[in-house]
Design a protein around this ligand. Structure first.
Ligand code: FCB
Length: 465
């Protein structure tokens, strides 16, 4: 058997439900570049990435993958791979350069061109309103720590729906509010780069409130396939000791349950709210907020990369943690091989996670909106990019997902992270997550072996139906 046969064999062995959607995902600031073109206002990621010391080698998204002008080529690539769907995000400050009020038509027109190109290619557009790039003008007024930002977010959702609602069927409010709130305001690793527990807890609540308000606005305007994307990191306790189990409970609370549970049930998990209050950073809940936050959604986006193992420590680790009151919890080094991000590889935890979510949110269809891995890819002498580790990661995670589906999880689609190598936030261009390689000097795109494997999977799934 040649390696191509092995690849096709493994791809063909996976069984998906009828109508399952196969896609790839990106985000505006990570690929578009063109940050000062067509009236775009600055976002917090422009400010953060241009602040010395905040990102790997000072990398910024100024140029990125030049997707703003190269989008026709990128859509053609997606078509070649046989993708059904493309998940992308809109840069809020292209549409509303000051975050509110004045609409920049040239920004709207870019997304209209992109969406038309996708539709023409037979690819279903999945639009995310917010993938972390808050207009700087709103940050100057307090950003997500300010309750008013939630209302500005709903305003933006309405403006965009008026412009694109006729051609975009799937809408998502937020990507990973855990990262925008806790990585941005507690760990300081992401924009706006703050390390304040009170700010972090305010950002958590206002992001969720903004989500609920935006869902209401979109629903009122007639949208009917609405969701949100959350990132889940299963937390395992290092031992069965009461202290380690409690450490895992705390982190699982803030990482996973704090976002999913209020959306589904209209209440924050009591233990999480108590932890935050005990840390002097109570959630700033006002009457009626939880009703808004739990406005029904049609689907849940699940992003999964790896699992963490944690233990309790008696002295603060000195590391700026992403978790409020998490100073006495330490992360263990992952066992086994790690990706270049330093993340472990745990497909079994993916199966368990999907089963767990099904129990917490029964009846809510799931889409895997991100899953993928970073490796030190290079173009080989044969002009190809051989990425066996990513091929393996992809196939093992698809298999883990289908196992959960067989066990009853209602998962209806999968989006690989990412279509292209791109600007990996604070890690800059050092981390390559694409199934398509990007040469940042020439902007040449080269589909990697993993892209071909994914295309095989998609083809085999369609043939089997
Ligand atoms: C997720 C982000 C995405 C990308 C991947 C690797 O947390 O949503 O933009 O950075 O991680």
């Amino acid at each position: 058997m040649t390696s191509t046969d092995v690849r096709e064999d493994r791809a063909a062995g996976l069984v998906f439900p009828p109508g399952f959607a196969f896609g790839a995902a990106t985000a505006a600031y990570q690929i578009e570049g063109a940050v000062d073109v067509d009236g775009r206002g600055p976002s917090i990621w422009d400010t953060f990435s241009h602040t010395p010391g905040k990102t790997h080698l000072g990398h910024t998204g100024d140029v990125a993958c030049e997707h703003y002008v190269r989008y026709p080529q990128d859509v053609a690539l997606m078509k070649d791979l046989g993708l059904d769907a493309y998940r992308f995000s809109v840069s809020w400050s292209r549409i509303l350069p000051e975050g509110t009020g004045r609409i920049e038509q040239r920004g709207v027109d870019f997304y209209r061109r992109l969406v038309d190109e996708l539709l023409e290619a037979g690819i279903d557009p999945w639009l995310t309103l917010y993938h972390w790039d808050l207009p700087q003008a709103l940050q100057d007024k307090g950003g997500w720590t300010d309750r008013d930002t939630a209302y500005r977010f709903a305003e933006y959702a309405g403006v965009l729906y008026d412009a694109l609602g006729d051609r975009v069927p799937h809408w998502s409010t937020l990507n990973e509010p855990m990262c925008s709130s806790l990585l941005g305001h507690m760990a300081g690793q992401h924009a706006p780069g703050h390390t304040d527990p009170v700010e972090a807890s305010r950002a958590v609540h206002h992001l969720l409130l903004g989500h609920g308000l935006a869902i209401q606005t979109l629903r009122d305007k007639g949208a009917d396939h609405l969701g949100i994307t959350l990132n889940f990191t299963p937390m395992k306790a290092a031992t069965d000791s009461a202290a380690d189990l409690d450490a895992a409970r705390r982190l699982d609370g803030q990482q996973n349950r704090m976002f999913l549970v209020p959306i589904v049930t209209g209440e924050y998990p009591a233990d999480v709210a108590e932890d935050l209050t005990a840390a002097g950073a109570p959630l700033p809940i006002e009457d009626g907020d939880l009703e808004i936050i739990s406005t029904p959604v049609d689907w849940l986006g699940v992003n999964y990369y790896f699992q963490s193992t944690v233990r309790a420590v008696s002295e603060p680790t000195g590391k700026q943690t992403a978790f409020i009151g998490g100073e006495l919890v330490a992360d263990l080094e992952p066992e086994g091989p790690t990706t270049t991000m330093g993340w472990g590889i745990n497909p079994e935890a993916f199966t368990e996670l999907l089963t767990w979510i099904s129990g917490v949110a029964p009846g809510l269809p799931m889409f895997i909106t991100e899953n993928g891995s970073a490796w030190p890819d290079q173009v080989s002498a044969d002009g190809q990019v051989h990425d066996p580790e990513r091929v393996d990661y992809l196939l093992r995670h698809l298999a883990a997902m289908t196992e959960a589906i067989e066990a009853g999880a209602d998962v209806r689609g999968y989006f690989a992270w990412s279509l292209l190598d791109n600007y990996e936030w604070a890690r800059g261009y050092d981390q390559r997550f694409g199934i398509v390689h990007v040469d940042y000097d020439t902007q040449v795109r080269t589909p990697k072996d993993s892209a071909r494997t994914y295309a095989d999977v998609i083809r085999a799934a369609k043939d089997g139906v």
